[in-house]
Design a protein around this ligand. Sequence first.
Ligand code: ZN
Length: 356
Amino acid sequence: MPADDLDLPRTMRALVKHHAGEGLQLDPERPRPTVGPLDVLIRVQKAGICGTDRHIWQWDDWAAGRIPVGIVTGHEFAGVVAAVGDAVKTVTVGQRVSAEGHITAGRDYNSRTGNAHIARDTKILGVDRDGVFADYVCVPESNVWPIHPDIPDRIAATFDPLGNAVHTVMAANVSAKTVLISGVGIIGLMAVTVAKAAGASRIYCTDINPARLGLAKRLGAHEAFNSAEGNEWMRTVRDETRGEGVDVLLEMSGAPQAMDEGFRTLRNGGTAALLGLPARSVDFDFNANIIFKGCTVLGINGRRMWQTWYQMEELLLSGHIELDEIITHEFPIGRYDKAFETMISGEGIKVLIDVD
Ligand code: ZN
């Protein structure tokens, strides 16, 4: 692309997937993205490390098959608008913004019928095109989300995963219902506080990590069970739900055993919302778990544009969502290796990179 004449540095720092193998590299002189007519250039302030970024760091089979070598990684962020293209009308320089990281041309069937989150041509920031672990990122105006003045950057940097949690919880309609959350990683923990804020009557959690289970209880889970210690918990949950099982299952683990136990603990006619991604095809009892159960199964991908974002903002402004214990660490971009180590080891939950 031709260089633009903006009064901004021509190069920037960026965390780049520099080779087909483990790790990332900090490039101190990556060319800054140029700004097309409909683009918004954002100076990144804070960015979150996601499970997706861990896959890219570790270069597992998924990453090797999907990620173009040379890409700037990262997709969760908060920043300030540094420049806008000539045709941009709704965003101004200096505005605090985040952005929906799923980018579509807006022309396919789902984009034109209110379901852009499952558009056929979706390109993901930091996966399919240059992302946010950099001083600057460029996104289309139509993907920009203004940050409410009462929401700080460290919270806004988690809109992407928090939006996954909000999308899952709201899709399953949890108000005055019993809920089982299987898997309390970052998004599962967020789902606990979101489900509580959204009026779930009782929240049960399962995981194999005692520390995360303890945090789930502090965030509002009625009970948190270690599923590595057997499945007696399933009887407990059924006993406490009139012998029926829970009204709603939010599957956040992608672990085959957790999926099976979760469905078996779901009452007949209940709703299961599935966000966790199994690593490979799963052997699953459709007859008992779905067909004879007569349950509703929802696949959850991304965030609804922009319903989820409005719901997320309202929930945050209500003061009922607790993220302080979920956002555990923050490192300057120069210490990116320590940031990834903290996230990958499990010592940190949501780890932020301070780019400013
Ligand atoms: Zn993410």
